[in-house]
Design a protein around this ligand. Structure first.
Ligand code: TXA
Ligand code: MG
Length: 335
């Protein structure tokens, strides 16, 4: 690994799926140049790493779905360098959307707005809406500015797997399938952005995320919370898939005592189990944000260690705890 970009990238503009070797780069300009030539590039954000493509290039957008093995009915978030660029992809920014954008952009919030007809329908899985986000991560901002185009980006993991919160995790899932990975430190939040649908008169929370519902309510007190009932599946297609799941079985427990000690079992939670040594891997987080920060990388660490069962302590569903419990429940859902 760490080899320079495959010579063909620079010489011939080969099709994005023909990539043979994935470049690891620290240069946002180099990564952006590849993306502008139609290639896929993983890049850091404050939530999780994204897998970016030029949202105006149909081949590049299709390549995202192939590289991740992602169902094509699951729409992508469009990432922008500045909120001032929203009008390029969306229109009719409602008063509540405006208030949320003013309060939380740049940052770990995604707003769903009405889509401009000129935006590729494959980006939005043929929905009439588009999800938009402006990351606050300095490297993401430099990269997106250098791209100078809207960047369609899901999380940089194979579909259904835990999100990539480090460049190494993105490489583990996507090496040889994408042109480059823009390397940076692990994502600070470790949990994806909060998704709020602002395309209708009443804003609705579609995915709990790094910004708490309580914080969103200080700006839009009337926000509704989408149920995970099947009739909501079309409005937030990603939420109907099993997600965030490592190869080991994930089990939710209320207390550390319920976790079954065994060398092939792991435990993660806020409470410290009395016999930490008897678990193959054990992580005791200091608080819920710390738990969220390490969760996905802990799942991946467990896979590498051959762990068979991961016991995860449930947390109260307030603040980041709401998003954390959503991810834990999905990871623990039956196949
Ligand atoms: O933090 C994040 O949001 C990361 C970073 C890379 O920005 N991205 C991310 O993307 O988590 P992804 O594709 O893994 O999840 C996007 C979620 C999916 O549940 C998808 O269905 C939903 O957003 N979504 C995207 N566009 C939508 C739309 N137009 N309407 C409703 N839901 C949408
Ligand atoms: Mg994802």
């Amino acid at each position: 690994m760490g080899a320079p970009v495959h010579a063909q990238h620079r010489l011939s503009g080969i099709a994005p799926t023909d990539v043979l070797q994935t470049l690891l780069t620290d240069s946002p300009d180099e990564a952006a140049a590849l993306l502008r030539r139609g290639h896929l590039v993983a890049f850091p954000t404050e939530t999780v790493y994204g897998l970016g493509a030029d949202a105006t290039n149909p081949d590049a957008v299709s390549a995202i779905f192939r590289a991740k093995a992602r169902p094509t009915d699951n729409p992508l978030i469009v990432h922008l360098a500045h909120a001032s660029e929203i009008a390029k992809v969306a229109y009719h920014v409602s008063p509540s959307a405006r208030a949320l954008i003013r309060a939380f952009f740049p940052g770990p919030l995604t707003v769903v707005l009405r889509k401009r007809p000129s935006l590729l329908s494959t980006v939005t899985a043929h929905l009439g809406t588009v999800a938009v986000r402006v990351p606050a991560h300095p490297m993401a901002s430099r990269f997106l500015s250098a791209c100078a185009c809207p960047v369609a980006a899901p999380s940089a993991n194979r579909s259904g797997r835990p999100s990539a919160t480090t460049w190494e995790a993105a490489r583990d899932d996507l090496d040889g399938r994408i042109a480059a990975i823009l390397r940076c430190a692990p994502s600070m939040e470790g949990i994806e952005s909060t998704v709020v649908d602002c395309s209708r008169p009443e804003p609705e929370l579609l995915r709990a995320g790094a910004i708490s519902l309580e914080a969103i309510r200080t700006v839009v007190p009337n926000i509704a919370v989408a149920s995970v009932a099947p009739n909501h599946a079309v409005r937030s297609p990603g939420m109907r898939y099993r997600h965030y799941a490592p190869s080991a079985r994930v089990a939710l427990v209320d207390t550390a005592k319920e976790a079954v000690p065994h060398p092939l079992h792991a435990y993660i939670g806020l409470e410290r189990p009395s016999c930490t040594d008897t678990f193959g891997l054990c992580h005791h987080a200091l608080d819920a944000p710390g738990y969220g920060h390490v969760l996905f990388s802990f799942f991946r660490q467990c896979e590498k260690a051959g762990i068979r069962a991961i016991f995860c302590q449930a947390v109260p569903e307030t603040g980041i705890g709401r998003a954390l419990m959503d991810r834990l429940r999905r990871a623990a859902a039956p196949q």
